[in-house]
Design a protein around this ligand. Structure first.
Ligand code: SAM
Length: 345
Protein backbone atom coordinates (compact mmCIF):
# COMPACT_ATOMS: atom_id res chain seq x y z
CA UNK A 1 0.00 0.00 0.00
CA UNK A 2 2.91 2.35 0.64
CA UNK A 3 3.57 4.71 -2.24
CA UNK A 4 7.02 6.01 -2.99
CA UNK A 5 6.70 9.46 -1.42
CA UNK A 6 9.16 11.12 -3.78
CA UNK A 7 7.50 9.89 -6.98
CA UNK A 8 3.77 10.17 -6.32
CA UNK A 9 2.24 12.85 -4.15
CA UNK A 10 -1.27 12.22 -2.93
CA UNK A 11 -3.74 15.13 -2.57
CA UNK A 12 -7.36 14.78 -1.55
CA UNK A 13 -9.78 15.82 -4.31
CA UNK A 14 -11.94 18.93 -3.69
CA UNK A 15 -14.32 18.19 -0.79
CA UNK A 16 -16.98 20.09 1.18
CA UNK A 17 -15.36 22.22 3.90
CA UNK A 18 -15.31 20.94 7.48
CA UNK A 19 -17.98 23.55 8.31
CA UNK A 20 -20.16 22.12 5.51
CA UNK A 21 -19.52 18.56 6.77
CA UNK A 22 -20.62 19.61 10.24
CA UNK A 23 -23.84 21.06 8.77
CA UNK A 24 -24.43 18.20 6.35
CA UNK A 25 -24.15 15.47 9.00
CA UNK A 26 -25.57 17.63 11.86
CA UNK A 27 -22.42 17.27 13.94
CA UNK A 28 -23.07 19.82 16.65
CA UNK A 29 -20.33 19.53 19.28
CA UNK A 30 -21.50 17.51 22.27
CA UNK A 31 -20.66 19.62 25.32
CA UNK A 32 -20.66 16.62 27.66
CA UNK A 33 -17.97 15.02 25.44
CA UNK A 34 -15.89 18.25 25.47
CA UNK A 35 -15.85 18.36 21.68
CA UNK A 36 -14.06 21.37 20.15
CA UNK A 37 -13.34 21.23 16.46
CA UNK A 38 -10.59 22.68 14.29
CA UNK A 39 -12.07 24.00 11.04
CA UNK A 40 -9.06 25.87 9.66
CA UNK A 41 -7.12 23.49 7.43
CA UNK A 42 -4.07 25.78 7.42
CA UNK A 43 -3.87 25.27 11.16
CA UNK A 44 -4.40 21.49 10.98
CA UNK A 45 -1.69 21.37 8.26
CA UNK A 46 0.62 23.22 10.66
CA UNK A 47 -0.05 20.74 13.49
CA UNK A 48 0.62 17.83 11.16
CA UNK A 49 3.83 19.41 9.81
CA UNK A 50 5.01 19.83 13.41
CA UNK A 51 4.55 16.08 13.93
CA UNK A 52 7.45 15.53 11.50
CA UNK A 53 7.88 14.05 8.05
CA UNK A 54 4.96 11.68 7.47
CA UNK A 55 5.93 10.49 3.99
CA UNK A 56 5.03 6.80 3.74
CA UNK A 57 4.24 6.78 7.46
CA UNK A 58 1.57 4.73 9.19
CA UNK A 59 -0.44 7.12 11.33
CA UNK A 60 -2.86 6.44 14.17
CA UNK A 61 -5.18 9.39 14.70
CA UNK A 62 -7.17 9.41 17.92
CA UNK A 63 -10.51 11.28 17.96
CA UNK A 64 -10.74 12.50 14.32
CA UNK A 65 -14.22 14.03 14.79
CA UNK A 66 -15.27 15.91 11.63
CA UNK A 67 -11.86 15.21 10.11
CA UNK A 68 -9.82 18.45 9.90
CA UNK A 69 -6.55 16.92 11.14
CA UNK A 70 -7.46 13.73 9.25
CA UNK A 71 -7.44 15.63 5.93
CA UNK A 72 -4.07 17.21 6.69
CA UNK A 73 -2.60 13.80 7.56
CA UNK A 74 -3.92 12.29 4.32
CA UNK A 75 -2.40 15.19 2.37
CA UNK A 76 0.98 14.54 4.01
CA UNK A 77 1.50 11.55 1.71
CA UNK A 78 1.14 8.86 4.36
CA UNK A 79 1.03 5.16 3.56
CA UNK A 80 -1.95 4.51 5.80
CA UNK A 81 -4.07 6.34 8.34
CA UNK A 82 -6.02 4.50 11.01
CA UNK A 83 -8.54 6.60 12.93
CA UNK A 84 -10.41 5.63 16.10
CA UNK A 85 -13.52 7.66 16.86
CA UNK A 86 -15.93 7.02 19.73
CA UNK A 87 -18.88 9.13 18.55
CA UNK A 88 -20.78 7.29 15.81
CA UNK A 89 -22.14 10.57 14.35
CA UNK A 90 -18.72 11.22 12.80
CA UNK A 91 -18.40 7.90 10.97
CA UNK A 92 -20.34 8.86 7.74
CA UNK A 93 -18.22 12.03 7.30
CA UNK A 94 -15.06 10.01 7.79
CA UNK A 95 -16.37 7.42 5.34
CA UNK A 96 -16.64 10.20 2.76
CA UNK A 97 -12.96 11.00 3.34
CA UNK A 98 -12.10 7.33 3.03
CA UNK A 99 -13.84 7.21 -0.38
CA UNK A 100 -11.78 10.22 -1.44
CA UNK A 101 -8.53 8.52 -0.41
CA UNK A 102 -8.98 4.94 -1.65
CA UNK A 103 -7.12 2.36 0.42
CA UNK A 104 -5.50 4.92 2.71
CA UNK A 105 -7.99 5.56 5.50
CA UNK A 106 -9.17 2.86 7.92
CA UNK A 107 -11.97 3.85 10.28
CA UNK A 108 -12.61 2.21 13.63
CA UNK A 109 -15.68 3.13 15.64
CA UNK A 110 -14.25 2.55 19.11
CA UNK A 111 -12.63 3.91 22.23
CA UNK A 112 -8.98 4.93 22.15
CA UNK A 113 -8.64 3.95 25.83
CA UNK A 114 -9.34 0.30 25.00
CA UNK A 115 -8.42 -0.03 21.30
CA UNK A 116 -5.50 -2.41 20.72
CA UNK A 117 -3.15 -0.77 18.26
CA UNK A 118 -0.44 -3.38 18.73
CA UNK A 119 -1.73 -5.63 15.94
CA UNK A 120 -3.12 -2.92 13.66
CA UNK A 121 0.02 -2.13 11.64
CA UNK A 122 2.26 -4.51 9.65
CA UNK A 123 4.89 -6.47 11.63
CA UNK A 124 7.48 -5.32 9.11
CA UNK A 125 7.33 -1.79 10.61
CA UNK A 126 8.77 -3.00 13.91
CA UNK A 127 12.13 -1.56 14.93
CA UNK A 128 14.49 -2.44 17.75
CA UNK A 129 14.09 -0.06 20.68
CA UNK A 130 17.63 1.24 20.21
CA UNK A 131 17.05 1.94 16.49
CA UNK A 132 15.55 5.10 15.01
CA UNK A 133 11.79 5.35 15.69
CA UNK A 134 9.53 3.29 13.39
CA UNK A 135 7.66 5.13 10.64
CA UNK A 136 4.55 5.18 12.83
CA UNK A 137 3.07 8.31 14.38
CA UNK A 138 0.26 8.91 16.81
CA UNK A 139 -1.55 12.21 16.33
CA UNK A 140 -4.61 13.48 18.15
CA UNK A 141 -6.70 16.34 19.36
CA UNK A 142 -8.71 14.61 22.09
CA UNK A 143 -10.92 16.09 24.81
CA UNK A 144 -8.76 17.22 27.74
CA UNK A 145 -10.42 14.74 30.10
CA UNK A 146 -9.25 11.89 27.84
CA UNK A 147 -5.80 13.15 26.81
CA UNK A 148 -4.35 13.28 30.35
CA UNK A 149 -5.31 9.73 31.48
CA UNK A 150 -4.34 8.53 28.00
CA UNK A 151 -0.84 9.98 28.17
CA UNK A 152 -0.31 8.38 31.60
CA UNK A 153 -1.42 5.04 30.13
CA UNK A 154 0.85 5.49 27.10
CA UNK A 155 3.81 6.51 29.27
CA UNK A 156 3.34 3.23 31.15
CA UNK A 157 3.25 1.51 27.74
CA UNK A 158 6.54 3.26 26.83
CA UNK A 159 8.07 1.95 30.05
CA UNK A 160 6.88 -1.63 29.31
CA UNK A 161 7.46 -1.31 25.55
CA UNK A 162 3.95 -2.58 24.87
CA UNK A 163 0.76 -1.06 23.38
CA UNK A 164 1.75 1.39 20.60
CA UNK A 165 5.40 0.83 21.52
CA UNK A 166 5.60 -2.81 20.45
CA UNK A 167 6.71 -1.25 17.16
CA UNK A 168 9.61 0.59 18.82
CA UNK A 169 9.88 4.21 19.89
CA UNK A 170 6.62 5.41 18.26
CA UNK A 171 6.34 9.21 18.23
CA UNK A 172 3.25 10.98 19.52
CA UNK A 173 1.90 14.47 18.83
CA UNK A 174 -1.03 15.31 21.07
CA UNK A 175 -2.99 18.33 22.24
CA UNK A 176 -3.56 19.29 25.87
CA UNK A 177 -4.97 22.19 27.78
CA UNK A 178 -2.10 24.72 27.56
CA UNK A 179 -1.51 24.52 31.31
CA UNK A 180 -1.08 20.73 31.08
CA UNK A 181 1.27 21.12 28.09
CA UNK A 182 3.35 23.48 30.23
CA UNK A 183 3.39 20.99 33.09
CA UNK A 184 4.46 18.16 30.80
CA UNK A 185 7.46 20.17 29.60
CA UNK A 186 8.29 22.16 32.77
CA UNK A 187 11.94 22.30 33.82
CA UNK A 188 13.23 21.66 37.32
CA UNK A 189 12.47 24.63 39.58
CA UNK A 190 9.72 26.10 37.43
CA UNK A 191 6.28 26.97 38.79
CA UNK A 192 4.57 24.40 36.55
CA UNK A 193 6.87 21.55 37.58
CA UNK A 194 4.66 18.64 38.65
CA UNK A 195 4.18 14.89 38.73
CA UNK A 196 3.40 14.94 34.99
CA UNK A 197 6.71 16.72 34.17
CA UNK A 198 8.77 14.01 35.83
CA UNK A 199 6.71 11.07 34.56
CA UNK A 200 6.88 12.32 30.96
CA UNK A 201 10.49 13.49 30.99
CA UNK A 202 12.03 10.38 32.53
CA UNK A 203 10.70 8.33 29.61
CA UNK A 204 10.52 10.70 26.65
CA UNK A 205 11.98 13.71 24.97
CA UNK A 206 9.01 16.06 25.44
CA UNK A 207 8.52 19.32 23.54
CA UNK A 208 5.74 21.89 23.59
CA UNK A 209 5.80 22.59 19.87
CA UNK A 210 2.82 24.87 19.32
CA UNK A 211 0.22 26.87 21.20
CA UNK A 212 -3.21 27.22 19.59
CA UNK A 213 -5.44 30.03 20.84
CA UNK A 214 -8.85 28.91 22.10
CA UNK A 215 -10.52 31.04 19.39
CA UNK A 216 -9.24 28.62 16.74
CA UNK A 217 -11.73 25.98 17.95
CA UNK A 218 -15.48 25.70 17.45
CA UNK A 219 -16.99 25.96 19.98
CA UNK A 220 -14.23 27.96 21.71
CA UNK A 221 -12.91 26.22 24.85
CA UNK A 222 -12.23 28.26 28.00
CA UNK A 223 -8.47 27.81 27.59
CA UNK A 224 -5.71 27.82 24.98
CA UNK A 225 -4.34 24.54 23.72
CA UNK A 226 -0.75 23.25 23.67
CA UNK A 227 0.53 20.72 21.14
CA UNK A 228 3.13 18.41 22.66
CA UNK A 229 5.46 15.99 20.90
CA UNK A 230 6.82 12.92 22.69
CA UNK A 231 9.70 10.76 21.46
CA UNK A 232 10.47 7.80 23.75
CA UNK A 233 14.09 7.78 24.94
CA UNK A 234 16.37 4.90 24.03
CA UNK A 235 17.29 4.65 27.70
CA UNK A 236 14.78 5.87 30.30
CA UNK A 237 16.31 8.33 32.76
CA UNK A 238 15.02 6.15 35.62
CA UNK A 239 15.37 2.40 35.22
CA UNK A 240 12.77 1.16 37.67
CA UNK A 241 9.21 -0.19 37.17
CA UNK A 242 6.70 2.49 36.15
CA UNK A 243 4.46 1.89 39.19
CA UNK A 244 7.39 2.36 41.56
CA UNK A 245 8.44 5.62 39.90
CA UNK A 246 4.82 6.78 39.87
CA UNK A 247 4.50 6.09 43.60
CA UNK A 248 7.67 7.97 44.53
CA UNK A 249 6.82 10.94 42.29
CA UNK A 250 3.20 11.08 43.42
CA UNK A 251 4.21 11.08 47.09
CA UNK A 252 6.94 13.67 46.57
CA UNK A 253 4.41 16.09 45.07
CA UNK A 254 1.84 15.42 47.80
CA UNK A 255 2.70 18.68 49.57
CA UNK A 256 3.84 20.97 46.77
CA UNK A 257 4.81 23.95 48.89
CA UNK A 258 6.51 22.04 51.70
CA UNK A 259 10.01 20.58 51.84
CA UNK A 260 10.21 17.35 49.85
CA UNK A 261 10.78 15.19 52.95
CA UNK A 262 7.14 15.77 53.96
CA UNK A 263 5.66 14.12 50.87
CA UNK A 264 8.37 11.48 50.57
CA UNK A 265 7.75 10.55 54.22
CA UNK A 266 4.31 9.32 53.15
CA UNK A 267 6.03 6.38 51.46
CA UNK A 268 6.58 4.90 54.94
CA UNK A 269 4.30 3.73 57.78
CA UNK A 270 3.97 6.31 60.54
CA UNK A 271 5.88 4.18 63.04
CA UNK A 272 9.08 4.26 60.96
CA UNK A 273 8.43 7.47 58.98
CA UNK A 274 11.11 9.76 60.43
CA UNK A 275 13.85 7.17 60.38
CA UNK A 276 13.10 5.71 56.93
CA UNK A 277 12.62 9.11 55.27
CA UNK A 278 15.98 10.20 56.68
CA UNK A 279 17.61 7.03 55.36
CA UNK A 280 16.01 7.43 51.90
CA UNK A 281 17.15 11.04 51.53
CA UNK A 282 20.63 10.40 52.89
CA UNK A 283 21.33 7.38 50.69
CA UNK A 284 19.89 9.16 47.65
CA UNK A 285 21.96 12.23 48.52
CA UNK A 286 18.96 14.54 48.24
CA UNK A 287 18.63 17.72 50.32
CA UNK A 288 15.46 17.23 52.43
CA UNK A 289 14.73 20.96 52.30
CA UNK A 290 14.32 21.11 48.53
CA UNK A 291 10.75 21.70 47.41
CA UNK A 292 9.24 18.98 45.17
CA UNK A 293 9.45 21.30 42.15
CA UNK A 294 13.21 21.66 42.71
CA UNK A 295 13.83 17.92 42.35
CA UNK A 296 15.39 17.02 39.01
CA UNK A 297 14.85 13.75 37.16
CA UNK A 298 18.27 12.62 38.38
CA UNK A 299 17.21 13.34 42.00
CA UNK A 300 14.17 11.16 41.33
CA UNK A 301 16.39 8.48 39.81
CA UNK A 302 18.43 8.28 43.04
CA UNK A 303 15.27 8.33 45.18
CA UNK A 304 13.66 5.55 43.14
CA UNK A 305 16.83 3.42 43.19
CA UNK A 306 17.12 3.70 47.00
CA UNK A 307 13.37 3.19 47.55
CA UNK A 308 13.58 0.06 45.35
CA UNK A 309 16.33 -1.34 47.62
CA UNK A 310 14.26 -0.54 50.70
CA UNK A 311 11.26 -2.33 49.12
CA UNK A 312 13.44 -5.35 48.34
CA UNK A 313 14.51 -5.46 52.00
CA UNK A 314 10.93 -5.06 53.31
CA UNK A 315 8.42 -6.88 51.08
CA UNK A 316 5.43 -5.08 52.71
CA UNK A 317 6.74 -1.60 52.02
CA UNK A 318 5.65 -1.17 48.40
CA UNK A 319 2.02 -2.04 49.23
CA UNK A 320 1.94 0.56 52.02
CA UNK A 321 -0.55 3.36 51.42
CA UNK A 322 -0.64 6.22 53.93
CA UNK A 323 -4.28 7.00 53.09
CA UNK A 324 -5.35 3.53 54.19
CA UNK A 325 -3.37 3.90 57.44
CA UNK A 326 -5.07 7.26 58.02
CA UNK A 327 -8.51 5.74 57.34
CA UNK A 328 -7.87 2.86 59.76
CA UNK A 329 -6.66 5.30 62.41
CA UNK A 330 -9.75 7.45 61.99
CA UNK A 331 -12.15 4.52 62.26
CA UNK A 332 -10.25 3.21 65.34
CA UNK A 333 -10.56 6.64 66.98
CA UNK A 334 -14.22 6.77 66.03
CA UNK A 335 -14.67 3.33 67.63
CA UNK A 336 -13.09 4.62 70.87
CA UNK A 337 -15.35 7.71 70.85
CA UNK A 338 -18.42 5.51 70.33
CA UNK A 339 -17.40 3.23 73.24
CA UNK A 340 -16.95 6.27 75.53
CA UNK A 341 -20.35 7.59 74.46
CA UNK A 342 -21.98 4.23 75.31
CA UNK A 343 -20.30 4.27 78.76
CA UNK A 344 -21.68 7.76 79.42
CA UNK A 345 -25.26 6.68 78.57
N1 SAM B 1 -9.84 15.93 15.96
C1 SAM B 1 -11.03 16.74 15.74
C2 SAM B 1 -10.64 18.19 15.52
O1 SAM B 1 -9.49 18.52 15.85
O2 SAM B 1 -11.48 18.95 15.08
C3 SAM B 1 -12.01 16.59 16.90
C4 SAM B 1 -11.51 17.06 18.21
S1 SAM B 1 -12.63 16.89 19.56
C5 SAM B 1 -11.77 17.84 20.78
C6 SAM B 1 -12.27 15.27 20.20
C7 SAM B 1 -12.76 14.10 19.39
O3 SAM B 1 -12.38 12.91 20.09
C8 SAM B 1 -14.26 14.03 19.22
O4 SAM B 1 -14.56 13.67 17.91
C9 SAM B 1 -14.69 12.94 20.19
O5 SAM B 1 -15.88 12.27 19.81
C10 SAM B 1 -13.49 12.02 20.14
N2 SAM B 1 -13.31 11.18 21.35
C11 SAM B 1 -13.55 11.53 22.63
N3 SAM B 1 -13.25 10.54 23.47
C12 SAM B 1 -12.80 9.53 22.70
C13 SAM B 1 -12.35 8.22 22.97
N4 SAM B 1 -12.26 7.77 24.24
N5 SAM B 1 -11.98 7.42 21.95
C14 SAM B 1 -12.04 7.88 20.67
N6 SAM B 1 -12.47 9.11 20.35
C15 SAM B 1 -12.85 9.93 21.34
Amino acid sequence: MATSGTLSTFRLPPLPTIREIIKLFRLQAAKQLSQNFLLDLKLTDKIVRKAGNLTDAYVYEVGPGPGGITRSILNANVAELLVVEKDSRFIPGLQMLSDAAPGKLKIVHGDVLTFKIERAFPESLKRQWEDDPPNIHIIGNLPFNVSTPLIIKWLENVSCRDGPFVYGRTRMTLTFQKEVAERLTANTGSKQRSRLSVMAQYLCDVQHILTIPGQAFVPKPEVDVGVVRFIPLVRPRIEQPFKLVEKVVQNAFQFRRKYCYRGLGMLFPEIQRVESTGKLLELADVDPTLQPSQLSVSHFKSLCDVYRKMCDEDPHLFAYNFREELKKKKSKNQGKEDAKERERL
